[in-house]
Design a protein around this ligand. Structure first.
Ligand code: FE
Ligand code: FE
Ligand code: ZN
Length: 300
């Protein structure tokens, strides 16, 4: 019964959002940030795909090297963003994935903390509010959740505006965050609730064992377990593997086990219209197909 009421509430919110919604569907993708123009080249790449939001790594995801903030041409970037009518609040930075805040090894944990705090500094300097983080890995999930929350709390002391968004994971190896309960455990331990959020990844949800065919149902469970106010962005990906495979291998839209029809339901879900959604699909013959995939979603 409670579940039913919840669904009705969600539907009502959806309906009122639809009526009030004058915004365009926020749909974009992962882009590169390359020298010499860095942020400007990211924007240019996004515009070439007709994306109205985008996400990027501030350097190689496998390395800790980052160009100095002064080289990023932040002012020029902001002017160009305005011209392109892209809202800086719809942009996200993805943390390097080599870092593990839940590492039992304190030296490695501290190194991960430095990396995260550097990403937060860069995001604050650019004015980007969303930073996506893979929570971390530890065989002991509750200890891992505590390590992650401790690190985020420490970093948030010097964090002005950035919302650290925990990405839901596929459950590969000892990944933390492959279910909503672990994400909720971490959020409960965060002191400043304004600086923590969640990023849903459709491929990861599928691979972790969640049937994504009914977004309203998943969002109702999310709301019940975590609270929808924490949902700040989504990754829209098809998956190469079946539900519960714990693999995390993204497929191009419509070329995987989830399929275009279900992913369309996510992209066009009224609750999610105003939340930035990013494609992170594989390149084909060394070329991205984001332009085609964005078009696929937005064509009737
Ligand atoms: Fe990710
Ligand atoms: Fe993702
Ligand atoms: Zn992934």
């Amino acid at each position: 019964m409670a579940q039913l009421n919840k669904l009705h509430t969600t539907q009502f919110i959806n309906l009122s959002k639809m009526i009030n919604n004058q915004q365009k569907n926020k749909l974009g993708c992962f882009v590169k940030m390359l020298p010499p123009n860095y942020l400007l080249s990211s924007l240019e790449e996004a515009l070439s795909y007709d994306a109205n939001c985008f996400m990027f790594y501030t350097g190689s995801p496998q390395s800790s090297y980052r160009v100095p903030i002064d080289n990023l041409k932040i002012n020029e970037f902001k002017i160009a963003l305005k011209k392109a009518k892209i809202n800086i609040n719809d942009l996200a930075i993805h943390c390097p994935y080599i870092m593990n805040l839940a590492n039992d090894d304190v030296t490695k944990r501290n190194w991960a903390k430095i990396l995260l705090s550097n990403e937060i500094k860069r995001a604050n300097a650019i004015g980007i509010n969303l930073v996506v983080l893979h929570p971390g890995n530890n065989r002991n999930k509750s200890l891992g959740c505590k390590y992650i929350a401790d690190a985020i709390n420490e970093i948030n002391e010097n964090n002005m505006n950035v919302i650290i968004c925990l990405e839901t994971m596929a459950g590969k190896g000892n990944e933390i965050g492959a279910n909503f309960t672990e994400i909720k455990t971490i959020i409960d331990l965060i002191a400043d609730k304004n600086k923590i959020g969640v990023c849903l990844d459709t491929c990861h949800l599928n691979d972790s064992g969640i049937d994504v065919s009914n977004p309203d149902k998943i969002l109702a469970i999310f709301d019940k377990t975590i609270n929808l106010k924490y949902l700040k962005l989504l990754h829209i990906n098809d998956s190469l593997n079946f539900i519960g495979s714990k693999k995390d291998r993204h497929a191009n839209i419509g070329k995987g086990t989830i399929g275009l029809e279900i992913l369309k339901k996510w992209v066009h879900n009224p609750t999610l219209i105003s939340i930035p959604k990013f494609l992170e699909t594989p390149y084909i013959d060394n070329k991205s197909v984001y332009k085609e995939e964005i078009k696929l979603f937005l064509s009737k």
